[in-house]
Structure formats: structure tokens, C-alpha cells
Ligand binder design. Structure first.
Ligand code: FAD
Length: 476
């Protein structure tokens, strides 16, 4: 019997376990989780009739992996798609009021968010020269801010790149790496010479494929969730494992039986418990991976431990419907971080998916902190709520007190792929070759979205299965 131990039962660890048991049904797969429940950041609280996501709010259909996983798990009937209003309308919080973010060419031309010079900068992106690659250099690193300035001009870059980065990474566009954070955008420039040209070509291909299959064309980019919230996905994943995750196990170290011809791993729990494994997968956050590897390979541990994270406080606020005069006709708003406001953005959760608030109430979910305002995560509850009430008064004219408040603080929320990230990951992956059957998963390396985690679930599971099959063949 082949033993595999996976550390961490977030979506990453659970996806790896689920996809691995499909590939190696005979393997004994143990998932060890520090917490008392599965899901990590992907979890939903059901309190007072409100349904509050403590981390992610959904996943996009721009990659198929999470939708496929949900369907494989039998969640197809419970999948819900964000409402049309949420899909179409997003606002920016600028100059103490909400401004509609342009969603297409016509609204871009009409918007007063950009000057004519700014609009021209964006619209002429397709005519700008691509960056001349150096010989043998396919993926030179560049910050998101530098890329956006180079392709679309300073004005559009300052406004739109900041908004995009605030909405996804809550990070600094001048520090974050474009090819690491948005590899598809980098590829569009590389392959088509222009992001806009590349997007148009991709849309043409999708339309032709839909036509060939006799299906109606739908633009990808819709957000999805599960009726009971993303805990539905986490619980379904944990429930589909032949061996349920072991909860309440905070792994504290790893040992390898060096010298033996086929070394195995020993995973040490926080008490006397330990597990022997033919393969070990670290699917916990980077700082935890670094701590577990400190005695195995100090240099590897140090490099992994250097991956920075931001801090985020999620503040869910429930209001009586009559206390909110704004129509809530969209996804919510983003406050670009360049402004250093007390809020990064507010999602209008009860407008995005049905059933998120009890009748007669609405649910808003504010994000605070991020890369530039990390100190806010340390604020007490009262101070945090007061600050947010001030922001909501300015943005949405809400003066009433909320009828429901829930605060969740993430000291290490979202890994930040700064310029140099791809080199760091390449180094880490090369170094891993020194450690047979040690695998790394989680959101610290190849994408932070749920889609990236579920995609990596397939990639890492395939790698483990291949390695173990080869190794078992050699042992025979
Ligand atoms: C506030 C917030 C909003 C987000 N919004 C979105 C969104 O809308 N859409 C989207 O696609 N993505 C979003 N993300 C990103 C996405 O949620 C994460 O990237 C993804 O859930 C990470 O999953 P993971 O399994 O890699 O890590 P985690 O969810 O962090 O899971 C790691 C697990 O490891 C466990 N663990 C840690 N140390 C140990 C140990 N020593 N022993 C045993 N277990 C251990 C932890 O308890 C945890 O359960 C958001 C993230 C945050 C924080």
C-alpha cells in the first residue's frame, strides 16, 4: 500500500487528495488539518439568516477547473451564478462618490473617469509596439504598473491597474509581477503584440467554437458559487475522500529516513502522533511550509518563507433594506488603494447571489487592510466598524447602524507575487529535486484564485501519481 500524507485541508490540499485518489485508487491518502473543519479560507458562516463568506466570494468561469470539480462532486444542481446586474455593473469609489466602471468600448468612450488623452492611451494599445524580447528571453519580469503604463499610458494605468489589483490581490501594482499575477495577459502581448488584439482574437475563437458545437456564445467571466456558500464545495470535497481528513492535527515537522535506498517521510503531529509516508505534500500557507521544512532544508525553507502575504480584515455588515437608499444594482465597489482609504472595496453580497440575507435585509461585505493599510487588521472591532460606517456614509449615504456585524481577520491573507516571483518558484522547484517525493501545493506558487488552486490540484496529483508509479515499478 502506498501512503501519501497531505498537510492542509484547504481547497488546494483537498483538490490534490481528490484528484490523486482518482488516479491511484489503491493509495492510502491521509489529509492532516490543523483546524476543526475543511476549507481553509473557503468557508461560509450561517448566522442570523445571513450567509457570510469568510474568504473567497466565488470563482470565475474563465478557467474550467472549479466548475468541473463541482460537477464531478455532484454539486451541479447547487451551483449558482452571480446575477446579471452583478456581472455587468461595478463601481469605483472616487472623490467620495461611486462612479460606474466602464464595462465595454461604448461606456469607455462615454466615461468621465478618464480624460480624452487617457482614453486615447487605452484605445491605441493595439498599435503600441510589444517589448522587444532579448534573445532566448520569453518571460521577462515586469511590474503590473510598468506594464500598464507601457501598454495603455499613465492615466489608464493609475486608475484601472490599481482597481484591478485592489480587487484581486489587494496589493501594490508597482511591486506585483505581471507575468506571475496575470500570465494570460503577458501571453496575449507575447503572442499577438497587443492585449486588445489578443482578447479580440480569443473572443473570435470562442465564438467560432460555440458555433461549431451549435451552442450559444457566452462571454466568460461570470462568477459562480454554491447555494450554501463555498463551504458547500469544501465539505463536498472532504466528504468525497475515502478517508476523511484528520482534523485538529497541527503538523510540526518532517523527517526523512536518509540513507535508505527508498527513503520514506515521517510527518510529526503536534502530540506524539506521527505518520510514515511514501510521499508528502505541503498544501498549507508558505510560512507554514517554511516552518515544516526548516530541519529538512534550511535554504529551501528560507526561500519559501520569503513569499510575502498581505493582511485583510473581512467585515460583513447586515442592514435593513429600508436603511440603504443606493439601489445595490451591481457587484459592489472598489476603492483603489492608491487613495489609501479605510476600505479596499465592498461587495453587495445579497445582490450578487440570492439567499445571502434574510427577508427585508441586505448583506454588504467590506475588505480592509491590504498591502498599504495592513495596520487596520490590528484595529479593534469598534474602531474598524466606525471607520467603515464613515466610508459607507460617504459612498452610499448609509447613516443607520448595521443590524448584523461579523469580522474575520486574516494575518496572512493573499500571497503577493512580487517581481522576481517566477524566478523564486523556478529555484524552489529545482531545489525540490533534492527531496524525492516531497511536493508543494497551495496558493503561494502558481496562482491565488480558487481556479488556480483546483487546477494545481490536478497538476500536482498527476505529478505525484507519475512519481509513485515509477518508483513502485523500480522497487519491483
Ligand atoms: C479575504 C479573501 C478573499 C478572497 N477572495 C477570492 C475570490 O473571491 N475568488 C477566488 O478565486 N479566490 C479568492 N481568494 C483566494 C482563495 O480563497 C485562496 O487562494 C484559496 O482558498 C487558498 O486555498 P489553499 O488551500 O491554498 O490555502 P488555505 O485556504 O489557506 O488552506 C490551508 C490549510 O492549511 C491548514 N494548515 C496550516 N498550517 C497547518 C499545519 N501546520 N498542519 C496542518 N494544517 C495546517 C490551514 O488550517 C488551512 O486549512 C480570497 C482569499 C481571501 C483571504
Amino acid at each position: 500500500m502506498t501512503n501519501v500524507v497531505i498537510i492542509g485541508a484547504g481547497v488546494s490540499g483537498l483538490s490534490i487528495a481528490y484528484r490523486l485518489q482518482e488516479r491511484l485508487p489503491q493509495a492510502a491518502i491521509a489529509v492532516l488539518e490543523r483546524d476543526s473543519r475543511p476549507g481553509g479560507t473557503a468557508w461560509t458562516l450561517h448566522e442570523g439568516g445571513f450567509q457570510v463568506e469568510i474568504g473567497p466570494n466565488g470563482f470565475l468561469d474563465t478557467k474550467p477547473t472549479t466548475l468541473e470539480l463541482c460537477r464531478d462532486l455532484g454539486l451541479g444542481e447547487r451551483l449558482i451564478r452571480a446575477t446579471a446586474a452583478a456581472a455587468q455593473k461595478r463601481y469605483l469609489f472616487l472623490g467620495d462618490r461611486l462612479r460606474l466602471l466602464p464595462g465595454g468600448l461604448a461606456s469607455l468612450i462615454a466615461t468621465d473617469l478618464l480624460s480624452w488623452r487617457g482614453k486615447l492611451g487605452l484605445l491605441t494599445e493595439r498599435f503600441r509596439k510589444r517589448r522587444a524580447p532579448k534573445p532566448g528571453d520569453t518571460e521577462r519580469d515586469e511590474s503590473i504598473a510598468a506594464f500598464a503604463r507601457r501598454r495603455a499610458g499613465a492615466e489608464a494605468a493609475n486608475l484601472l491597474a490599481d482597481a484591478l489589483v485592489t480587487g484581486i490581490y489587494a496589493g501594490d501594482p508597482a511591486l506585483l509581477s505581471l507575468p506571475a499575477c496575470f500570465p494570460r495577459v503577458a501571453a496575449l502581448e507575447r503572442q499577438h503584440g497587443s492585449v486588445l488584439k489578443g482578447m479580440a482574437a480569443a473572443a473570435r475563437e470562442r465564438r467560432a467554437a460555440a458555433q461549431a458545437n451549435g451552442q450559444p456564445y457566452e462571454r466568460p467571466g461570470a462568477m459562480w458559487s454554491v447555494r450554501e456558500g463555498l463551504r458547500g464545495l469544501s465539505e463536498a470535497l472532504a466528504g468525497a475522500l475515502k478517508r476523511p481528513p484528520l482534523y485538529g492535527v497541527a503538523v510540526r515537522g518532517l523527517r526523512t529516513a536518509a540513507g535508505s535506498s527508498s527513503p520514506s517521510w515521517t510527518v510529526l503531529g503536534d502530540g506524539q502522533q506521527s505518520w510514515t509516508a511514501d510521499a508528502v505534500v505541503l498544501a498549507c500557507p508558505a510560512h507554514q511550509q517554511a516552518a515544516l521544512l526548516a530541519d529538512v532544508d534550511a535554504e529551501l525553507a528560507e526561500r519559501i518563507g520569503q513569499i510575502p502575504y498581505n493582511r485583510i480584515a473581512v467585515v460583513a455588515l447586515g442592514y435593513r433594506r429600508q436603511d440603504v437608499s443606493t439601489p445595490l444594482d451591481g457587484f459592489g465597489f472598489i476603492a483603489p488603494q492608491g487613495l489609501r482609504r479605510d476600505v479596499l472595496g465592498v461587495q453587495w453580497c445579497s445582490s450578487i447571489y440570492p439567499g445571502r440575507a434574510p427577508p427585508g435585509a441586505v448583506l454588504l461585505r467590506a475588505m480592509c487592510g491590504g498591502w498599504h493599510r495592513a495596520e487596520m487588521v490590528g484595529w479593534g472591532d469598534d474602531r474598524l466598524v466606525q471607520a467603515l460606517r464613515g466610508e459607507l456614509r460617504r459612498a452610499m449615504y448609509i447613516t443607520a447602524a448595521p443590524i448584523f456585524v461579523k469580522i474575520v481577520r486574516w494575518d496572512r491573507a493573499i500571497p503577493q507575487y512580487h517581481v522576481g516571483h517566477l524566478d523564486r518558484v523556478a529555484w524552489i522547484e529545482k531545489r525540490l529535486q533534492r527531496h524525492p517525493r516531497l511536493f508543494l501545493g497551495g496558493n503561494a506558487y502558481h496562482g491565488v484564485a480558487l481556479n488556480d488552486c483546483t487546477e494545481q490540484g490536478c497538476v500536482v496529483a498527476a505529478r505525484i501519481a507519475r512519481t509513485l508509479v515509477e518508483r513502485n515499478a523500480n522497487l519491483r
